[in-house]
Design a protein around this ligand. Structure first.
Ligand code: ATP
Length: 516
């Protein structure tokens, strides 16, 4: 199936099965804003718990906070967001569509990268075991020509972005004959800067309302509370502060479902370290965060680091963890070595000292910071796109059938087990209800007695329920039930009294956290 169709199916599936709905749908929706349905919210909460526990439970030197969305407007002046949180936008005069100039250029570069990858793959097939990828990349004429093109564009592009040279960005688009994907023309407007922060008014106008912003990241709430936490928690460097919360960005081009939203949620951790040790900690957090992703079991090949060559002026190292989405490798998480930029800025703007007294060194300094920042919604998209499969099933009579299944890690699944009486009589429903009644204190359980057992299994497969329990006539004799496993579809006969222990072991977050 074409990747585009795979993605369309995923969006439709999320809607049909109560995962994600377009916001304000009865009013034709609101662009780039989404609501999570009854299963979506459970998956989202489980993702947040996986992140939170991996930070706050597993590290005795990391604590959490929950800061307000509204903050003093000067914070955004100090952080640089008022002056520099801009995207360069460009319009195509024929299609009237708006684009980010930087994204147009990056996508153009990605096309050359794709060409190189295809050459490499072709050669790998041709040469088999004898293939030496490094040598091939260094000598093949077509690869070299494409690489030269990438390097040329990249050099101009980095320079233009660093100097905020909007004319040059436009010129790069023109010189490379980049066309609008809709109209196919090169009829572009000038490039303009567009600030991504949403602003609103606080207080009544008669008192003189002041402009406040909806935070575009949660990190600043951590920076301004750095000393509150350090002092009240008697934290010693190195230590971290974690936070999960909403962020808002007036994205110019909001596409690809919940990949880029205007209201979204972030999970951020700022790790405060001694100046000079930050690059070691940066490497440490790169490793830790990659393991957090790969522990989910979706294949190490589907992740990669993308180290930044263009660094923001306050960073001395930065990388993205990218996941292979149906539309290609894209960022899910950023890891940045932010130096002492933010704390220093807040010290300058607030006039309050943001220093830490280091008892071991016997001196005060502004700590350096490593940040790990991941979007909950983007992680959600990563998980459902990795989990959702259409599988062909061979039947005993030689014919085949298909099933749609969400292969979610058991801990993340919204419903852990469905309990089903084989038929709706002979006392079977009562036994099923009692099992649900007893187990609902421990797990999210669902009772289901509608339709044939096969259809009920399919329904649970589609929402990702890892275990189905079926009550049949044998249950009346020996208190045993069948447990059916979503992924293998195998069935096993177990005692009702064993269920709690069997399921608890399989769905516990501990087994996931122990992999880290
Ligand atoms: P991008 O380059 O995709 O715009 P970014 O580099 O601006 O992202 P950061 O500011 O580093 O992103 O934000 C950290 C994380 O927050 C991202 O890795 C992503 O998971 C998430 N995120 C950022 N913007 C959005 C958005 N508009 N919608 C959903 N998630 C987002």
């Amino acid at each position: 199936m074409a990747q585009e169709d795979v993605f369309k199916k995923l969006v439709a599936h999320c809607k049909e099965y109560g995962y994600v709905f377009p916001s304000s749908e009865i009013y034709d929706g609101l662009s780039a804003v989404y609501d999570y349905g009854q299963y979506g919210v459970e998956l989202k909460n489980n993702i947040k718990k996986y992140w939170w526990d991996s930070m706050v439970l597993l590290n005795e030197n990391i604590v959490g906070i929950d800061s307000a969305i509204f903050m003093h407007p000067t914070i955004w002046k100090a952080s640089g967001h008022v002056d520099a949180f801009n995207d360069p936008l460009i319009d195509n005069k024929d299609s009237k569509k708006r684009y980010r100039a930087d994204v147009l250029i990056e996508e153009h570069i990605a096309k050359f990268e794709d060409k190189i990858s295809k050459e490499v793959e072709k050669a790998r097939e041709r040469f088999g075991d004898a293939f030496d990828e490094n040598k091939f990349r260094a000598t093949n004429q077509r690869v070299l020509a494409n690489q030269q093109k990438i390097d040329e564009i990249n050099a101009r592009y980095s320079k233009a972005m660093n100097a905020t040279d909007l004319n040059e960005l436009r010129q790069i688009i023109l010189d490379n004959e980049i066309v609008c994907p809709i109209s196919g023309t090169r009829n572009w407007t000038e490039v303009r800067q567009f600030n991504l922060m949403f602003a609103t008014e606080m207080g009544s106008t008669s008192e003189g309302a002041s402009k406040v912003y909806l935070r575009p990241e949660t990190a600043q709430g951590i920076f301004v509370n750095f000393l509150n936490v350090q002092k009240t928690g008697r934290m010693k460097i190195p230590f971290g502060i974690a936070q999960i919360g909403k962020a808002f960005r007036n994205e110019i081009v909001a596409r690809q479902f919940i990949f880029r939203m205007r209201e979204f949620e972030q999970m951020e951790m700022q790790f405060f370290v001694q100046p000079g040790t930050e690059l070691d900690w940066f490497r440490h957090w790169k490793g830790v965060r990659m393991r957090w992703h790969t522990a989910l079991g979706y294949g190490d090949d589907n992740y990669r680091f993308h180290d930044h060559t263009k660094l923001a002026h306050y960073a001395n190292a930065a990388t993205d963890i990218e996941f292979r989405f149906p539309f290609g490798f894209k960022e899910v998480e950023g890891i940045h070595s932010r130096t002492d930029f933010d704390l220093k800025q807040h010290q300058n703007y607030s006039g309050k000292k943001m220093q830490y007294f280091d008892p071991e060194k016997g001196e005060s300094y502004i700590p350096y910071v490593i940040e790990t920042s991941i979007g909950v919604d983007r992680m959600f998209l990563h998980i459902v796109s990795a989990a959702l499969r259409e599988e062909e099933l061979k039947k005993e009579d030689g014919t085949s059938d298909t099933r749609t299944v969400m292969r979610l890690p058991s801990f993340l699944a919204p419903v852990k087990l469905a309990v089903m009486p084989l038929i709706k009589k002979d006392g079977l429903p009562e036994i099923a209800e009692k099992i649900v009644h007893d187990l609902r204190f421990d797990f999210n359980c669902q009772y289901d007695d509608k339709d044939s057992i096969g259809r009920r299994y399919r329904r649970q497969d589609a929402i990702g329920t890892p275990y189905c329990i079926t009550i049949d006539h044998q249950t009346l004799d020996d208190s045993s039930v069948t447990i059916r496993y979503r992924d293998s579809m195998e069935q096993e006969r177990v005692k009702i009294s064993q269920l709690k222990d069997i399921i608890a072991e399989k769905v516990s977050i501990a087994s996931l956290l122990k992999k880290l």
